[in-house]
Design a protein around this ligand. Structure first.
Ligand code: 13P
Ligand code: SF4
Length: 399
C-alpha cells in the first residue's frame, strides 16, 4: 500500500509535539509547524510557506472549480481550518456510511487518518478514488497491532481451538489486512458507536471474542454487558501465547489485544474528581477509549458523534467536562457558547496524527486534481479488499 512506501512511525515525542500550545491551536504556516519536530510528508515548498489565510482562499477556489467531482469527508478531530471544508462530518462509523453512499463523486478526499481512508476505499465504488491529504496521518493505536503479530496470534489461537470457538472483531482503527482476517474467519468490524451491538451478535455465534487493537474499548464494552473481569484476558504480542496459559485462554470469554490510544490514556479519575469538586453540577462525558475506571466514573460515554449530540442537545447553562480530543472539545465550546464546556485534561493535547492534515496538504491535493493529478491515493489491494469488505458490510448490516 502507498503509505508503506513512506511509512513514518509515530514516536511518543511526536505524539505530544503539539501539547501545551498556548495560542489556541490556530494553524500556522506548515513550515512553522514543522518546527514542532514532527516528520510529515514532504510537499512543494510554496505550499509550506503559504499563510493560512491564502490557503483558505486557494482551497475555496479549487473546491468551487471541482464541484461535484469531489466530496470531502471530515472526522470530528480535524482542526477548524480543515473541517470547515468538509461536506460531511462524523465519527468513524458515520463517515464509513457516507463513504459507502457517495456513488457520484469521482474523488473522496478523507480528512481523517489512514485507516479511515482505507475503509472508504474498501466501501466506495470501483470508479472512485480515495485521497488522504497527508500520508503520514496514521493512528498510533492502529500501529500497535502490526499485521504479522496479529496473524501470529490468530495462528496460536487456531493451534489450541477451532475457528467456531472464537469471533475476531477488529475496531475500525486497524489496518485493512486485519479487517480482512476478520472477514475471512466469520468476524466483523466495530466502532465505538456500535461495539455493544456487535459484541452481542458475536456472542450469539461463538463463545469467545478476540478484540483488537484497543483493550479499553473492548473491556468497557464487555463490562457494560455484564462480563466478569476474571473472564477477560490481555494478549501481549511480545510474549508466547500473548503472556497467557492455555488454561487461561480456555477459561476466557474475551481476549483483548494490548493496545491503547495515547490521547485517551491521558484522562484520569483524579481529573474527574477535581472537576466535580469545583462544580458539583458538572456532567462528565468521555470517549470509550478511556480506561475502565474513567468510563465508570463518568456520567456518560460514547463515540465522538454521541458526545457531539449530547452537548448540542444539552440544556442551556449546563456544564460539561469532556474526555476526548482537544480540537473537538474546543469546537464544541465555540459552537455552544451558552454552556460551560472544557476538556478534563488541562494540558491541551490534540491527536497529533489527525493534526497532520494541515490545510496546506488539502490545498496541494485539490490543486493536483484540477490538473487531473491524483496525489496520495489510498488503494487497498484487491485480495485484501475482498474479505475486509465482508467484515465491514457485516457491521453496516448489523446496524
Ligand atoms: P469515533 O468513532 O468515536 O469517531 O472515534 C474514532 C477515534 O479514532 C477516536 O479516537
Ligand atoms: Fe488514533 Fe487515538 Fe488519534 Fe483516535 S485519537 S486517531 S485512536 S491516536
Amino acid at each position: 500500500m502507498l503509505r508503506d512506501k513512506i511509512k513514518i512511525p509515530i514516536s511518543e515525542l511526536e505524539q505530544s509535539s503539539f501539547c501545551r500550545s498556548d495560542d489556541g491551536l490556530n494553524s500556522k504556516t506548515l513550515e512553522e509547524e514543522f518546527n514542532a519536530g514532527v516528520r510529515w510528508q514532504k510537499l512543494p515548498i510554496e505550499y509550506m510557506r503559504t499563510s493560512p489565510e491564502d490557503l483558505e482562499a486557494n482551497i475555496l477556489s479549487a473546491r468551487k472549480k471541482l464541484g461535484d467531482r469531489v466530496v470531502i469527508l471530515g472526522h470530528h478531530y480535524q482542526r477548524d481550518e480543515v473541517i470547515k471544508f468538509a461536506d460531511l462530518r462524523g465519527d468513524s462509523f458515520k463517515l464509513s456510511q457516507y463513504a459507502a453512499e457517495q456513488k457520484n463523486a469521482e474523488y473522496i478526499v478523507f480528512c481523517g487518518v489512514h485507516f479511515m481512508a482505507e475503509t472508504a476505499d474498501i466501501l466506495s465504488s470501483d470508479h472512485q478514488k480515495v485521497i488522504l491529504p497527508n500520508l503520514t496521518a496514521g493512528c498510533s493505536m492502529a500501529d500497535m497491532a502490526q499485521t504479522d503479530d496479529v496473524l501470529d496470534c490468530w495462528d496460536d489461537l487456531m493451534d489450541i481451538m477451532n475457528v467456531d470457538d472464537i469471533t475476531p472483531i477488529a475496531y475500525m482503527n486497524s489496518t485493512a489486512d486485519i479487517k480482512s482476517l476478520c472477514g475471512e474467519n466469520g468476524g466483523v468490524i466495530c466502532t465505538s458507536s456500535n461495539a455493544k451491538q456487535i459484541f452481542d451478535w458475536a456472542y450469539k455465534q461463538r463463545g469467545k471474542i478476540l478484540f483488537l487493537p484497543d483493550q479499553h474499548l473492548g473491556r468497557n464494552t464487555a463490562v457494560n454487558m455484564g462480563i466478569n473481569l476474571s473472564e477477560i484476558i490481555v494478549w501481549d504480542p511480545f510474549k508466547p501465547l500473548g503472556g497467557n496459559t492455555k488454561e487461561e485462554i480456555d477459561n476466557s470469554k474475551l481476549i483483548l489485544w494490548k493496545g491503547h490510544c495515547s490521547v485517551h490514556a491521558r484522562f484520569s479519575t483524579d481529573q474527574i474528581n477535581k472537576a466535580r469538586k469545583e462544580d458539583p453540577n458538572i456532567n462528565i462525558i468521555v470517549h470509550p477509549e478511556c480506561t475502565l475506571d474513567v468510563v465508570k466514573s463518568a456520567d456518560y460515554y460514547g463515540s465522538t458523534e454521541y458526545i457531539k449530540k449530547m452537548i448540542d442537545e444539552a440544556e442551556s447553562g449546563s456544564s460539561w467536562g469532556i474526555g476526548t480530543e482537544i480540537s473537538m472539545v474546543n469546537r464544541l465550546s465555540e459552537e455552544n457558547p451558552d454552556k460551560k464546556i472544557f476538556c478534563l485534561d488541562s494540558v491541551v493535547c490534540p491527536c497529533s496524527t489527525m493534526y497532520r492534515i494541515h490545510p496546506a496538504y488539502l490545498s496541494w491535493i485539490l490543486d493536483g486534481l484540477l490538473e487531473n493529478k491524483v496525489i496520495n491515493q489510498i488503494k487497498v489491494p484487491t485480495n485484501v479488499k475482498k474479505y475486509s469488505k465482508i467484515s465491514l458490510n457485516r457491521m453496516l448490516e448489523l446496524n
